[in-house]
Design a protein around this ligand. Sequence first.
Ligand code: BES
Ligand code: ZN
Length: 421
Amino acid sequence: MGHVRVFLRSILLATTAIGLSGEPMVAQDGTPWIVLGSDASASFTTNLSTLDNGSGRMSSGLRTTQTINGRTVALLDPVLEGLLQRTIHTAHHRCGGYTVHPTQEAAEAEAQNPNYEPGAVDRLAMFPSSIDQQAAVRPALDRVKGENIVATIQKLQSFGTRYYQSESGQNAALELKGLWESYANGRPDFLVKLHTHDWRQNSVVASIRGTELPDEIVVIGGHLDSINTANVDAAPGADDDASGVGAVSETLRVILVSGFRPKRTLQFIAYAAEEVGLRGSNDIARTYREQGLRVIAALQLDMTGYAGSSEDMYFVTDYVSANLTTFLKDLIREYNGSGPHSISHGVTACGYACSDHGSWTRYGVPSAFPFEARFEDYNQSIHSPNDLLEQIDTTGERQAKFSKLGVEFMMELGKSRDPAP
Ligand code: BES
Ligand code: ZN
């Protein structure tokens, strides 16, 4: 009930803002246009009106213009950005939860993006869904080792911070490139590249070139950067998201050591700058579209190590492809029903585009996101100096389940060049 009232209040304010000015507002220098959930905008508006003692000064800090499909377009007074972040964090358990845009047009395009509506990407794009790579997948699953994932997490957390603008954040990118190159084993169809952005940290992209359909790409990724808004130098980011990058690494290692030669191109990506608005993945998804590269599907691994709920993993249901998510559940039924590779799963929702799968969805590419817990049970140490290996599964068994799903996903969508023996 309270929710409905607050929501209506924000609509009224939104209408008032347009009515008062009579024309669309123009951002002054440094005043960002933002898009945020209408629930978050309502909480923030309430907070501001409580704080401003009737002066109206605070209430004008967020000037909303319109709400489209539950997303509110607004001008934010930069002075209030910290308060907005704290409000969203306290009331909605999101660390960010809004996107920043240079112009009103760009913000409105984001709020109206039809690809975000449930089912939209599934109407746009198809992916092959036969499951017939048992001869390659089954032996590969036996090769996935939790201890390798743990070693990568340890290495990545030792950088102290992997903040996207920091020197150590970039050193982590170089370190990971070296690790992935060490898996190559002289294969000529394997290449690791740095994807540069207009900030310090690079994304790291490993490719196994497809033998028959090299222009069709299957992506698995996690984010390389970490964050701690209270102290940028103390962000070990073990669970968020060394655990995802470690699982991606192990998937890559196992696919290479298995000698798997895919028909489609397989890409393994460690995205830069996720924590500051999905910026690295957005750059990559946009560049690929501009270059006409066709991504068949993208699997996101972000936080794989913390046993917050009863099941091994939870499929996020918003800002993803429902068809691709169903395909992943089919893979689990085929390969992880029982025995040493078993995986139990449930569903959950973030309520916003909470990780890099959102960037693929933005550009109409099917993506899916298996997560370590129910959203409400997530690891409370993330974004703090406490996000350390000791807080998550130190054997790597839990993380390994995500790697196994990654192996199944990459092999079944990439398809072997060779007929099954
Ligand atoms: N790993 C988190 C996403 C996450 C956190 C998912 C908790 C589920 C539960 C991710 O790195 C992150 O922090 N994302 C931001 C949003 C992003 C657009 C900056 C967030 O969750 O607020
Ligand atoms: Zn995070």
